[in-house]
Write a protein that binds this ligand. Structure first.
Ligand SMILES: N[C@@H](CCC(=O)N[C@@H](CS)C(=O)NCC(=O)O)C(=O)O
Length: 228
């Protein structure tokens, strides 16, 4: 039986852009597990009330319900040990650092480049909620948050130096093969890739080239993603 994944969708149900849901989609594909994906919108709180919280991703694996992308990854690793996502306890501990770094540095950083663009791809029924909740979070209008992005992007790209340094020595963040560390960062980059046409990364950037290789994994799961 397939695992059911509640996945954030745009006005076009085929446009999926959540950085956290992408981490889960890559993790499920890594395990080779069949997935039934259910498009979810910000205004569909009731549809995931059974999970006891209000955010996606949520998975339903027969009777088991798991929310939060990190919790889902650890659940999948316990249920289906091979192929491994973490490569053992130490790898899992290191991936937890990557997860925290992506949440604290990447997600907040990327939002400032695409948050106004997102308004154009999300479902019309989500727009008022999205604008008011994000403007309250940033203390500014979406337009003001995104303004001047062309001038700020060089500083953002510089933040990715640690990834470039790792990729100079190995093909994947996981070493010789992709691991959940790759899925965390690549899943996060799927968000600007699917939700905006702003060129966050230069094509010549090794991070962009590595992301391109992730797009081609798992039968081109990322490559075939519909962009808004
Ligand atoms: N720590 C959670 C974060 C999940 C999260 O923030 N999901 C967003 C979508 S990208 C969400 O559902 N937001 C609902 C809202 O803002 O109302 C994870 O790793 O899964």
């Amino acid at each position: 039986m397939s695992i059911v994944l509640y996945d954030l969708a745009g006005a076009d149900p085929d446009v999926r852009f959540s950085p956290y849901c992408w981490r889960t989609r890559f993790a499920l594909a890594h395990k080779g597990l069949p997935v039934e994906s259910v498009p979810w919108r910000f205004s569909d709180g009731a549809a995931i009330a059974f999970s006891g919280q209000g955010k996606v991703p949520v998975i339903q694996d027969e009777g088991t319900i798991v929310s939060d992308s990190w919790a889902i990854a650890t659940y999948l690793e316990e249920q289906v040990p091979a192929p491994t996502l973490f490569g053992g306890g130490t790898g899992r501990a290191h991936a937890l650092f990557v997860n925290a770094w992506a949440d604290a540095v990447l997600v907040g950083g990327i939002a400032r480049f695409i948050v106004r663009d997102m308004l154009d791809i999300i479902d019309p029924g989500d727009r008022d909620y999205f604008r008011s909740s994000r403007e309250a979070r940033f203390g500014a209008t979406l337009e003001a948050v995104q303004a001047g992005r062309g001038d700020r992007v060089t500083a953002f790209r510089a933040l990715l130096l640690p990834i470039r340094l790792v990729l100079r020595k190995q093909a994947w963040l996981g070493g010789a093969a992709p691991s959940y560390a790759d899925h965390i960062v690549a899943g996060t980059l799927m968000w600007p890739y699917c939700a905006s046409r702003f060129e966050l990364l230069e094509q010549s950037d090794p991070v962009s080239q590595w992301h391109g290789r992730i797009l081609d994994l798992y039968g081109g799961l990322g490559r075939s993603a519909k962009r808004g």
